[in-house]
Design a protein. Structure first.
Length: 75
């Protein structure tokens, strides 16, 4: 929790406050090895972000920890 707060705060200091329809998302998802760094964050529309996270969750739900995945972006 503290790591997420510090990243969000650093992003806010760098780029300003997000409007209410946006959320921060990692460019490379954390579960796919994405870094917990400011450079890996992007502001995305909240609904698009939810759809993207749901899509990823459906792709990896039954995979064991450490399994290699092919991250497919589906519009």
């Amino acid at each position: 929790m503290l790591l997420q707060y510090s990243l969000a705060y650093a992003r806010q200091e760098h780029s300003g406050i997000l409007s209410s329809e946006f959320r921060l998302m990692p460019k490379t998802p954390f579960v796919c090895g994405g870094r917990f760094e400011l450079d890996n964050l992007i502001a995305i529309n909240a609904v698009s972000g939810m759809k993207s996270r749901a899509n990823l969750a459906r792709q990896i739900i039954d995979l064991p920890d450490g399994a290699q995945i092919e991250f497919k972006i589906i519009e």
